[in-house]
Design a protein around this ligand. Structure first.
Ligand SMILES: Cc1cc2nc3c(=O)[nH]c(=O)nc-3n(C[C@H](O)[C@H](O)[C@H](O)COP(=O)(O)OP(=O)(O)OC[C@H]3O[C@@H](n4cnc5c(N)ncnc54)[C@H](O)[C@@H]3O)c2cc1C
Length: 376
């Protein structure tokens, strides 16, 4: 790649692994650092929409992901009644194009492992258990000192270090991350044989209760509620609380509920939102993914946006001889309208649910699906 020879990527999540792969594929020397001591991911399952699958395809890992995950093309809506009455079966939009499934459920650690292994095969050098201690930049590069004692100079630093990005703080970029007011329980459980795709129940004690298969044998279930302090619960109380919430739902939930016994398979998170106005860089350090935009998972678009950031950044780097402020400003300006639409729509749907407003959710989802069907 003419514009950069040596790049540091901070954070081996979806955005970081993708950008490392695409750069290393073009012969760029890439260091990929990860704060954690292993490649894992919390939260059991993830839904990847068609536009995310399009980037996985570009990365050459789509088949590997499809082999581990569970592709789907429809969403079944059911009532929170004793029969779990089926209300509708909705065909999902194939936003990645007609050749790709509408969405795929996947076990997060499987996705992380596949993406990082691909980056390493491309030639990216992965270092675990390390972070940036300090960075100093001039017109031609960035000098970085790492917590593990290593130091190096790079043409570009790509910070993909997530919602609480330490690089963002190092650069003193102010950004307020707000709680949306909604908490999400996620449970990893065996897949009842009758569950062949995503199903959602609206109403009952939770705003939404649903599940998505992540493989032949497993699924992840989610239950949303008002955000509250659940850290006070003991592991046993965590299991009991989730079983109690599930008890209001039936159909396949009955079998899922019976399998909820292990607190290690339950995660609770508050949903949050933030969006950084352009630019997303300072000098030769550029931020991507959750480090600059995050939203509640009401549209399941967070990882898709992070993967798209990676693909667009590398595409734009290939078009110039020198990476400069102009290129990095144009990158954020190109991404911002699309990302902003996703963040706003995701927050809007959560707000409608929290405020008990019967908003036009299908209409909003349809508009986002139409937008994300376009190439980023
Ligand atoms: C409850 C919930 C459900 C969700 N469900 C979905 C869904 O179904 N579909 C979807 O598309 N999105 C979903 N999302 C959003 C999605 O998880 C994120 O948008 C996506 O993971 C962002 O990817 P990323 O690579 O930018 O950040 P991350 O995945 O957070 O990766 C950042 C990486 O950087 C590492 N790191 C952090 N700090 C440092 C540091 N200082 N130095 C080095 N490394 C560091 C972290 O350990 C991590 O590996 C959900 C989010 C939540 C909260």
């Amino acid at each position: 790649m003419p514009s950069v020879d040596r790049v540091l990527v901070v954070g081996a999540g979806s955005a970081g692994a993708a950008v490392a792969t695409l750069l290393a594929d073009t012969g760029v020397s890439v260091d990929l650092i990860e704060a954690k001591s292993d490649i894992s991911a919390l939260g059991s399952g993830i839904t990847l929409q068609g536009n995310a699958l399009r980037v996985l395809d570009r990365l050459g890992v789509l088949d590997a992901c499809l082999a581990e995950g569970w592709a789907g093309d429809a969403l079944v809506l059911r009532a929170p009644d004793a029969e779990a009455t089926v209300l509708a079966e909705l065909a999902e939009h194939r936003s990645g194009g007609p050749d790709l499934p509408a969405s795929m459920g996947m076990y997060r650690p499987d996705l992380a492992r596949i993406l990082v292994a691909r980056a390493q095969r491309a030639g990216a050098k992965l270092r675990l258990s390390t972070t940036i201690d300090s960075l100093r930049q001039d017109d031609t590069g960035v000098d970085v000192r790492f917590a593990d004692g290593y130091a190096a100079r790079y043409d570009l630093v790509v910070a993909a270090d997530g919602v609480r990005s330490a690089t963002r703080r190092l650069l003193e970029i102010p950004l307020e991350t707000r709680s949306v007011g909604m908490g999400v329980w996620r449970v990893f459980a065996p897949r009842p044989r009758e569950v062949l795709g995503s199903q959602a129940y609206y109403g009952g004690p939770c705003y939404t209760a649903g599940y998505t298969p992540t493989s032949e044998s497993m699924l992840y279930a989610f239950l949303t509620e008002d955000a509250q302090d659940r850290t006070v619960l003991s592991p046993q109380q965590t299991v009991e609380t989730v079983r109690e919430l599930i008890a209001a739902y039936h159909g396949p939930w009955d079998e899922i509920r019976a399998s909820v016994t292990d607190p290690a398979r339950i995660h609770y998170t508050w949903t949050e939102a933030h969006l950084l106005a352009a630019p997303w860089h300072r000098g030769r350090v550029v931020l991507i993914g959750d480090a600059v935009h995050t939203c509640p998972p009401t549209l399941a678009q967070g990882a898709a946006m992070a993967l798209e950031d990676a693909a667009v950044l590398v595409e734009m780097l290939a078009t110039v001889d020198n990476v400069d402020e102009d290129l990095l400003t144009r990158f954020a300006e190109r991404r911002l309208p699309r990302v902003e639409a996703v963040v706003d729509a995701s927050v809007q749907i959560a707000r409608w649910q929290l405020d008990g407003i019967d908003g036009d959710v299908p209409g909003l989802m349809g508009r986002i699906a139409a937008m994300t069907s376009e190439e980023p």
